[in-house]
Design a protein around this ligand. Structure first.
Ligand code: FNR
Length: 362
């Protein structure tokens, strides 16, 4: 039978749902508690309107940009998402190859199902490494060293997860966590759950809830790589992040999987951008599903966006090809949006190209 070809990124979700066991689909798709933040991440984009400019020469459009000096073909990167072999047997290797083919950066999760080394040797994608800080600091230090030795270009430290958010679908489904390749021989492979989410058992046994601002200096002291901080949602914390010397800030609420009723990321992006004042690049993730979403994020000051679920759904539906299609669709949509809004390069997308809810008058 002919497989259905999606026409937009959202359509991969249903294909993924059909392709995956319920336990794994729910793990990928779900959020914390009421899933308010999960829904708001997407819905807040719908409240932002684009102010197009006319009669500009848009016969040639340049989507490229740079992040930490690395050229990428478009302002879209791959967010770190864990355990990708639950979506497809090739796991993170397929995702890395798609990133490489599309000329963008992949952020590899600490909790990946392929190792740091396997992903490094499968293709020449530009890779960053996402770090969780464990109670066993030596394990996190070792992971950073392995990333550095294997040509990863930056450390992305995730700071919104001192504990795991309460994901009720995973509790009901008694989510089973497969062995995490990066932690083989470092952490026990089996965590005894009390009958609920296996991930919750793993997280509460290992994550260091005492990790705090002072420890960012420790992290910087053990690596030569630039450190980006992922999970900033306020101007206060953006300022602190600058003070401790991060190389970049990712505005993120972990795709609505951690603190429910934290704000939609696009609604706080500008607050962070204004506090940062151009000193380091600001990236954003959460709810990016359309080229127009990317345009809005860039207009509000993001250097680039990251996508999580769409990539995982593309991977689940069609493997490496699916991830490639997701990235290409976002790129094509962004290019068309720019043409119709009168912008032919990233620097031509300005604050005046969007109108947010509180600026709307009847
Ligand atoms: C994530 N995210 C995440 N973040 C992180 O820092 N380390 C991780 O291991 C994971 N794992 C993970 C698994 C799954 C299945 C999802 C959906 C998300 C969060 C991720 O990096 C990103 O912040 C969000 O996914 C962005 O929101 P969207 O694009 O999924 O709406």
């Amino acid at each position: 039978i002919m497989e259905e070809e999606p026409v937009n990124v959202n359509e991969f979700r249903e294909l993924a749902r059909r392709a995956l066991p319920k336990m794994f689909y729910d793990f990928y798709a779900g959020g914390a508690e009421d899933q308010h933040t999960l829904k708001e991440n997407e819905e807040a984009f719908h409240r932002i309107i684009i102010r197009p400019r006319i009669l500009r020469d848009v016969s040639g459009i340049d989507l490229s940009t740079t992040v930490l000096g690395y050229n990428i073909s478009m302002p879209v990167m791959i967010a770190p998402t864990s355990m990708q072999k639950l979506a497809n047997p090739e796991g993170e290797i397929a995702t890395a190859r798609a990133a490489s083919a599309c000329g963008t950066i992949m952020v590899l999760s600490t909790s990946s199902s392929c190792s740091v080394e396997e992903v490094a040797s499968c293709c020449n994608a530009i890779r960053f490494f996402q770090l969780y800080v464990y109670k066993r600091r030596d394990i996190s230090a070792k992971l950073v060293q392995r990333a550095e030795n294997n040509g990863y270009k930056a450390i992305v430290v995730t700071v919104d997860s001192p504990r795991l958010g309460r994901r009720e679908a995973d509790i009901k489904n008694k989510l089973i966590v497969p062995p995490l390749k990066n932690l083989e021989g470092l952490l026990p492979n089996k965590f005894i759950s009390d009958g609920g989410s296996g991930l919750e058992a793993l997280a509460s046994g290992t994550l260091d809830a005492s990790f705090c601002w002072e420890d960012i200096s420790w992290l910087k002291s053990i690596t030569n790589l630039p450190v980006l901080i992922k999970g900033v949602l306020t101007h206060e914390d953006a300022i602190k992040a600058l003070e401790v010397g991060v190389a970049g800030i990712i505005v993120s609420n972990h795709g609505g999987r951690q603190l429910d009723y934290s704000p939609a990321t696009i609604s706080v992006l500008e607050e962070v951008v204004l506090a940062v004042g151009g000193k380091v690049p600001v990236l954003v993730d959460g709810g990016i599903r359309r080229g127009t979403d990317i345009f809005k994020a860039v207009a509000l000051g993001a250097r680039a966006v990251l996508v999580g679920r769409p990539v995982v759904f593309g991977l689940a539906a069609k493997g490496e090809y699916g991830v490639k299609r997701v990235l290409e669709m976002l790129k094509d949509e962004l290019e068309l949006t720019m043409a119709l809004a009168g912008c032919s390069s990233m620097k031509e997308i300005t604050r005046s190209h969007v109108r947010t809810k509180h600026e709307q008058h009847l």
